[in-house]
Design a protein around this ligand. Structure first.
Ligand code: ADP
Ligand code: MG
Length: 320
C-alpha cells in the first residue's frame, strides 16, 4: 500500500489490542491460534460491505467500521452465540492515515461493546470494501436454528422494525427531516442496536431465530422454508418507532417494516408453553420484544391487516 508499508499499517491501525479469551496467538503470524471454550461450538459468519453499494463511499470511516462489525455480529446474535474473535479483510484505494485512524477507532469502539477481538486479516489495494468474519461460541443445544419453528409457536420481533429502510431513505436524501430525526436515523443505519445480550438471555425459551437484514417477511420466510411451516403476522401488532411514524404515512411505514431490511433486529419463535417464562426474562433483562403472529401449517408467510393479506413492495435491495 502507498506511504505506509503494509506491516506498518496493520501494526498502527489494527494491532496492539488486548487479547480476549482463548487467543493463544493473535495478529502477526501466518494464522491466529484460538481455543474454543470447552463444551461449546464455534459459530462463524462473514459479511462484505462494498463502498458505493452497501454504504456511501464518502461516509465517515468510523461509521463504516461500526456498521460493518455490527452487521456481522448480528448473525451471531441470531444464532444465540457469544462474540469472541474477528478477522478483517480490507481493500483500500489508498492508505490514508486519517481514514484509517477513523476506521480503526470505530472498529474498536464497537468491538469493545461486544467484547470481540481482532485476531487477523488481510490488507489489499483496490476499490473500497470491508469484509469481516466473526467467530462466536454457543452451547450446542442452545444454538437458534432457522429450522426449529413449530406449528403453534408465537412469532416475536425485538425492538422496532422499518427504521433501517427509513434511514436509507433519509441518508439518500429522498426525505427531508429535522436535525433530531436525522441523527436518530443515522444511528439506526450506522450503529444498529445488535441483540446479543437479549438473545443470550432468551436461549432458555427460543430455539429458532433469524436477524432481519432483507426485511421481516423475507427473513421470516427463511424460517418457514427451513422449518417446513407457514406464518401469519398481523400488521397492527408490528412495533414501529415514533420517529418512523412521524416520518411517513402508515402505508409506507408498514411497507418498510415488512420489506425494507437493514433493521438488524431479531425475529424468533417461542412455544406457547414458554411464554410465561419469556415474560419473566423480558422483565428481568429488560428485553424489548413484541409478539407479532404465529407459526401455522403450510408454507406461506403472510401479513394480515384487518383480515386482508398485505403484499408489500420490495424495497430491501436498493442501496446506493
Ligand atoms: P500472510 O501473507 O501470511 O497472509 P499478511 O502479510 O497478509 O500475512 O498479514 C500479516 C499478519 O497481519 C497476519 O497475521 C494477518 O492476519 C494480519 N493482518 C493483515 N491485515 C490485517 C488487518 N487488516 N487487520 C488485522 N490483521 C491483519
Ligand atoms: Mg495475506
Amino acid at each position: 500500500m502507498a506511504n505506509l508499508s503494509e506491516f506498518e499499517l496493520i501494526d498502527q491501525y489494527f494491532g496492539g489490542q488486548i487479547a480476549s479469551y482463548g487467543v493463544n496467538l493473535g495478529i502477526g503470524d501466518d494464522c491466529a491460534l484460538l481455543t474454543v471454550p470447552q463444551g461449546r461450538q464455534l459459530a462463524v459468519s462473514i459479511d462484505t460491505l462494498i463502498g458505493g453499494s452497501h454504504f456511501p463511499k464518502n461516509a465517515d470511516p468510523e461509521l463504516i467500521a461500526e456498521r460493518a462489525l455490527r452487521v456481522s455480529i448480528s448473525d451471531l446474535a441470531a444464532m444465540g452465540a457469544d462474540p469472541m474473535w474477528m478477522t478483517l479483510a480490507i481493500t483500500l484505494p489508498s492508505a490514508e492515515s486519517q481514514w484509517l485512524a477513523g476506521f480503526s477507532r470505530g472498529l474498536f469502539r464497537s468491538a469493545e461493546e461486544f467484547n470481540i477481538s481482532l485476531v487477523g486479516g488481510d490488507t489489499t489495494r483496490g476499490p473500497l470494501a470491508v469484509t469481516l468474519q466473526v467467530h462466536g461460541s454457543v452451547e450446542p443445544e442452545k444454538a437458534m436454528l432457522r429450522s426449529e419453528a413449530r406449528v403453534g409457536d408465537i412469532v416475536f420481533v425485538t425492538g422496532t422494525v422499518g427504521d433501517g429502510a427509513a434511514a436509507l431513505a433519509v441518508i439518500k436524501k429522498e426525505l427531508e427531516v429535522g436535525k433530531s430525526a436525522f441523527s436518530y436515523f443515522m444511528s439506526r443505519y450506522y450503529t444498529p442496536k445488535i441483540q446479543i445480550r437479549p438473545m443470550r438471555a432468551l436461549a432458555d425459551v427460543s430455539r429458532c431465530a433469524i436477524d432481519i437484514s432483507d426485511g421481516l417477511l423475507a427473513d421470516l420466510g427463511h424460517i418457514c422454508n427451513a422449518s417446513g411451516v407457514g406464518a401469519v403476522i398481523e400488521a397492527e401488532r408490528l412495533p414501529l418507532s415514533d420517529p418512523l411514524r412521524k416520518l411517513t404515512d402508515s402505508e409506507t411505514a408498514l411497507n418498510w417494516a415488512l420489506a425494507g431490511g437493514d433493521d438488524y433486529q431479531v425475529c424468533f419463535t417461542v412455544s406457547p408453553n414458554k411464554i410465561a417464562r419469556l415474560e419473566e426474562l423480558q422483565e428481568q433483562h429488560q428485553i424489548e420484544c413484541t409478539a407479532i403472529g404465529e407459526i401455522v401449517r403450510g408454507k406461506d408467510c403472510v401479513c394480515l391487516s384487518e383480515g386482508r393479506v398485505v403484499v408489500p413492495e420490495r424495497t430491501g435491495y436498493k442501496h446506493f
